[in-house]
Design a protein around this ligand. Structure first.
Ligand code: HEC
Length: 216
């Protein structure tokens, strides 16, 4: 009997205990914050407004006229200047790893339409749901297309193909073109010109002050 009583008391206590957790209203405050200076950043978060700048934006654009490290110089190509497209080129040359990166990027951004083997038969095209025929890079029409024209195609898009300027930076665009040109060179296109003749020069090491043991 005693046992049943104590079970009843315990379950009553548990019910009351649990009910007291639910105030029946929505809780709008998170309660106590253990480390407020971590919960609420003192720095301006990227997408919050910022009274320190006239335009109120916290995320700043690079200073006009500057180029971030490891980025290419601007290309100065003007949309619609098709004569410039034809002669536009680059002095960039790529090693095996970069060529491989070009293939990887192509398969991510272009293969869906142009096909991972560059024949214009990507899944979007073969699904029949895409109204326009993507370029078949193995076709005579594109085998000898100038690299500048390809670059313009990526930067500005063409008809049903959108621009890839925001997805691929300048070097990445050229790596993708190098990959296309490499495949084309193996399928009756022009000789491949993007190959690095020597191994890529090692990046200039930052001049770090040598750490020395303090002498006594
Ligand atoms: C949504 C499908 C689609 C995607 C994705 C796509 N393309 Fe295209 N692309 C097309 C179509 C369609 C054309 C044919 C445009 C025309 O001539 O009307 C084309 C044409 C081209 C041309 C020829 C441009 C010219 O001047 O005739 C190049 C070069 C090209 N694409 C490169 C790429 C590269 C590189 C990527 C990836 C970064 C890519 N495309 C992604 C659909 C696509």
């Amino acid at each position: 009997m005693n046992k049943i009583k104590s079970i009843a008391v315990a379950s009553l206590a548990l019910t009351v205990g649990l009910m007291s957790c639910d105030s029946g209203e929505l809780r709008r405050t998170p309660g106590h914050i253990y480390a407020p200076d971590m919960t609420y950043s003192r720095a301006y978060d990227a997408y919050t407004s910022n009274p320190n700048f006239e335009d109120g934006l916290t995320s700043r654009k690079p200073v006009a006229g500057t180029i971030a490290r490891n980025n290419e110089l601007p290309d100065h190509l003007v949309e619609g200047d098709t004569n410039a497209y034809k002669t536009f080129t680059t002095s960039l040359r790529f090693n095996e790893a970069e060529l491989d990166e070009g293939r990887r990027l192509f398969n991510i951004y272009c293969g869906i339409c142009h096909g991972n083997n560059l024949d214009g038969q990507g899944p979007l095209q073969t699904s029949g749901k895409f109204a326009s025929m993507p370029a078949n890079f193995k076709d005579a029409k594109y085998l000898h297309m100038s690299v500048g024209q390809m670059y313009a195609g990526i930067k500005y898009g063409k008809n049903m193909m959108g621009s890839y300027a925001s997805q691929l930076d300048i070097k990445q665009r050229w790596m993708v073109i190098a990959y296309i040109k490499k495949v084309q060179s193996e399928n009756g296109g022009d000789p491949y010109i993007f190959g690095a003749t020597t191994a890529a020069a090692p990046a200039v090491a930052e001049a770090a002050p040598a750490k020395e043991e303090p002498k006594h």
